[in-house]
Design a binder for this molecule. Structure first.
Ligand SMILES: [Zn+2]
Ligand SMILES: [Zn+2]
Length: 163
């Protein structure tokens, strides 16, 4: 029984034997999924890694980190001057919920240090700059407009579904 139709990627399974040319033509995220496995809450790349543990692959002739490819495919572009930080501290993990966008200089600080914690508060995990806002009760909070808009449209969509 052979089925050489491509039905999309499965975690940790290179679904059918591919020539290296065909393999390179698959979407990069699919190739990452096929070469990853669950590790507790993380989804880790099992292919090639850098010496310090980041998943790597060749994309269009250049070396790219797998967590960056996954973020751009699943979340969106990484703004200039920003980089991806692992909240889970598992460098081969690419699960977007475990990642966030930070300014490049923040990522070089110890992730648990006070300076890093304060710097982190300036932006949401998608890298949007926070602004100060005040609840009707008078309590101040931080928010970012792009995420507030996204959450509002998501909750509108949910309400629509329920109807
Ligand atoms: Zn993780
Ligand atoms: Zn945001």
């Amino acid at each position: 029984m052979t089925d050489d139709t491509y039905h999309g990627p499965q975690l940790g399974i290179v679904a059918f034997p591919l020539s290296s040319r065909a393999w390179r033509q698959l979407p990069a995220l699919d190739r990452i999924i096929m070469r990853s496995e669950r590790a507790g809450p993380c989804v880790v790349f099992t292919g090639r890694k850098t010496r310090d543990g980041y998943g790597r692959m060749t994309l269009g002739g250049s070396e790219v980190s797998t967590h960056r490819i996954a973020w751009e495919a699943l979340v969106g572009p990484i703004p200039d001057g920003m980089t991806i930080d692992h909240l889970c501290r598992n460098r081969s993990c690419w699960w977007p919920d475990h990642l966030r966008v930070v300014e490049k200089k923040i990522n070089t600080l110890d992730g648990y240090g006070l300076t890093a914690q304060n710097a982190r508060k300036e932006r949401c995990r998608f890298g949007h700059k926070y602004r100060r806002a005040v609840y009707p009760s008078g309590r101040p909070y931080r928010t970012c407009d792009p995420c507030a808009r996204r959450r509002a449209s998501e909750s509108r969509a949910r309400k629509k579904e329920k109807r």
